[in-house]
Design a protein around this ligand. Sequence first.
Ligand code: HEM
Length: 502
Amino acid sequence: MAMWMEITVSMSNLQCVLALITVLLVVILTRIMRTTSIRGMPGPIGWPVVGSLFSLGDLPCLTLTNMAKQYGDVFQIQLGNTNVVILNGAEAIREALFKKAAVFAGRPNFYTMMKNNGTGSDFAYSSYSEIWKKQKRMIESSLKIFVVDRQRELEDLVVMETTKMIRIVTEKNGKAVDMRQHIHNAVAKISCLVYYSKNYDYDNDDFTNLISCDEYFHDAIRSMGNPHDFLPVLRILPSRIQNRFDELVLFQKRFVSDIMAEHKEIESGIPRDIMDNMLLIRNTGDPSDAKKVWSHEHICNILCNMFGAGVFGISHAIYLLILHMIIYPEVQNKLLYDIDDVVSRKRLPQLSDRTKLPYSYAVVYEVMRVTSVSSPAVPHCTMDNTNIFGYDIPKGTPLIPNIWSANYDEAIWDEPHQFRPERFLSDDGSLNKKTVAQMMAFGVGKRRCPGEQMAVTLTHLIFVILLHQCRFDKIQGDIPQVKFRDGLQLREDPFRVIVTQR
Ligand code: HEM
């Protein structure tokens, strides 16, 4: 008995010693990790090892907005082994990303970003540099040709696909329908034609795989980066989502690479599509840039970035617009009246109607503001030692601008939680460009979304054609609400709607 007691006592001593060593290790580890923290900058004290990684709730953009009430608009949080600076509110975000644009235009070397970036040839995940600037100019000039200069062709494609979508969803004869897949199909099909001159059927395997990337990318990459980015130990654990994500990244790159092999044969100097235009820029540009600025791999990755960001951004914007139409039927009624008045019932809306439909633009911008789906935002990183709001921030510090907080900033927006499209109109009823410029759904500064014009043009045209042809109503007894979950972008809960042909 006495011997048994002795063993128990010594076992518990051993446990005590082990516990003490563990606590010491955790403290030392936390201290080591904390060395990267910024002197004097406030922020929550996170848990040992994981920091605040698992304390940001289901929607980090909201948690960070609330944290700013306690710590101020510029604060730091520890995410696993990384100290990250959070920028909240319009003023802090503009101060950094606009006034000190070049210094804040880097991208951090987070694990998932680097995996996507491969040999450094990705555009969205590479830091600001001379190479990046040339690539951005190539993106902007290619988009200008196909979205601005050749807008009649774009308009024809939009009309063709949107009317096809309308035929499909109104076939349901008053039965409720979830529009998500239909919108995705239409936007992806238009994009495949504009980017690659590829005309896919909706049930084509490549086409369905391309669309499924959205769900997996959404689940695999969180809005602020992944736990894998901040806790390296997680990378050795098996993950079905990560494996599927890796497969789809490879699929996307192979898909674009194969189309590019076909495109190499262009004889004429007139580009058929965005890919042609990029190849033309490469072939007629400085030969020394061919390898380091727009190699085969660079162009593939740029097109993957544009296609992914564009198709999914536009599809979700249209889906959310329809959700707002059933939540605010009075706004829908006003839009229907406006569109019929300007366009008439005899023809479909066209791009040239744009300036005569300011209210519909105001609705598009207000939905983009209140939903702010790209929140918090793609992480940035300082390219040099710098200073913001009196805090010294060293070169290489990762930063997250919380776009949500800027789009709900009471210093800019009167009653920001109210859905009020009129806020985007001037007294004379025209679109108020100053207010539009304050809306941050597309980011700000050097890394501002290069596809903004394409996004707004396509979203608006598809939306007004849908409203010209259909009425959207909620299912009787339903109380539709905007509910999000976190992901690469915020992802709205699915909803069904009654679509009636007008
Ligand atoms: C409603 C639709 C869209 C929204 C809300 C949106 C929003 C954004 C935001 C917030 C960023 C990050 C800005 C930052 O890093 O600070 C971004 C980046 C980007 N977007 Fe969009 N976007 C949309 C549509 C598009 C379209 C149509 C294209 C296609 C051309 C596109 C291409 C890109 C690219 C390539 C980047 C990376 C830019 C960079 O790293 O510098 N986006 N977008």
